[in-house]
Design a protein around this ligand. Structure first.
Ligand SMILES: [Zn+2]
Length: 299
């Protein structure tokens, strides 16, 4: 008995689409697609684009559930947007879940994009088969999530796993969340770029590969902060696998190598050779895969 599950991942630039096939004991990606978000045109236009992307997918295959990955916070029961910090327009209070559900006539579950990433990587990707998996995405911001025995762990208030919002430097730079010295505020891609005097993280990695001193120093400082943050995660959560995704992780061992070294230096209570820090498996479609899973596992 197979069933189909649609995932839509609302990003600042693209809406990613994934159709998953669920078989007796596994999931497979049936197809993927990507369309422009047109974020600058505001909530109505973005919602119309989500609906259009969903319709196009449903014309190709009939899904049983819809999972919607979103870049921010929302009311679990209301399905209304609380805060999409990186999408322009009047999103607060917007009834996004119900608008999508009514237009596509499909049961719809909303999930935060970092949690969707965690589901995808933890259940089907680089964390598959491990007991306790911590996932982070590194890019313009820093998302995180925890998976225990295949279940997302959200804690008493639904926000556990926000690995980027632990304080790493007392009275450090102001974070988007209001706190000072959060890990995210120290390792965001724009911070990395400005520390190295370059215009993007990609340029910093190119510079570091070519041996530019300032780029090498900026990457190693970022790895140092991430090493502290992840060592804290190891001490509190005890993962047997940490999955690192997002734009910054695409630099591969240039970033992951120093992070592994920094974690090893700080962790004393856990056998670090049994703890692997690995790159994500799904690339840019991880969020959409996870959104589809969020719908499927609640169905
Ligand atoms: Zn913060």
């Amino acid at each position: 008995m197979t069933s189909l599950h649609l995932g839509l991942d609302l990003g600042g630039t693209n809406i990613k689409v994934v159709m998953l096939t669920r078989t007796a004991d596994d999931f497979e990606v049936m197809f993927t697609d990507s369309v422009d978000t047109a974020a600058v045109e505001g909530p109505e236009r973005v919602t119309a684009n989500l609906i259009e992307a969903g319709r196009a997918a449903l014309q190709r295959a009939d899904a049983a559930t819809l999972g919607l990955g979103v870049p921010g916070r929302f009311g679990q029961t209301t399905g209304r947007v609380v805060l999409f910090p990186n999408l322009p327009g009047a999103w607060e209070g917007f009834p996004l879940r119900d608008r999508i559900r009514d237009a596509l006539e499909l049961e719809t579950w909303m999930v935060n994009d970092a949690r969707a990433f965690t589901l995808a990587e933890g259940l089907l990707g680089a964390g598959r088969g491990y007991r306790a998996v911590a996932c982070i995405t590194l890019g313009t911001g820093m998302g995180g999530g925890l998976l225990i025995g295949g279940d997302l762990y959200l804690g008493a208030f639904g926000v556990a796993g926000e690995i980027g919002h632990q304080t790493v430097v007392p009275n450090g730079p102001r974070c988007g969340c209001g706190n000072r010295g959060c890990l995210e505020a120290l390792v965001r891609s724009d911070v990395l770029a400005s520390n190295a005097g370059r215009s993007s993280a990609r340029e910093v990695f190119e510079g570091a590969r070519e041996g530019d001193d300032r780029c090498v120093a900026a990457v190693s400082q970022m790895a140092e902060y991430l090493g502290i943050g992840l060592a804290n995660v190891v001490a509190i959560f005890g993962p047997d696998r940490i999955v690192v995704g997002g734009g910054i992780a695409e630099a591969g061992d240039l970033v992951l190598g120093p992070i592994r070294d920094a974690v090893r230096r700080s962790v004393t209570l856990v056998p670090t050779d049994e703890l692997e820090i690995v790159p994500a498996a799904f690339g840019r479609f991880a969020g959409a895969v996870g959104a589809a899973l969020a719908g499927a596992i609640r169905a």
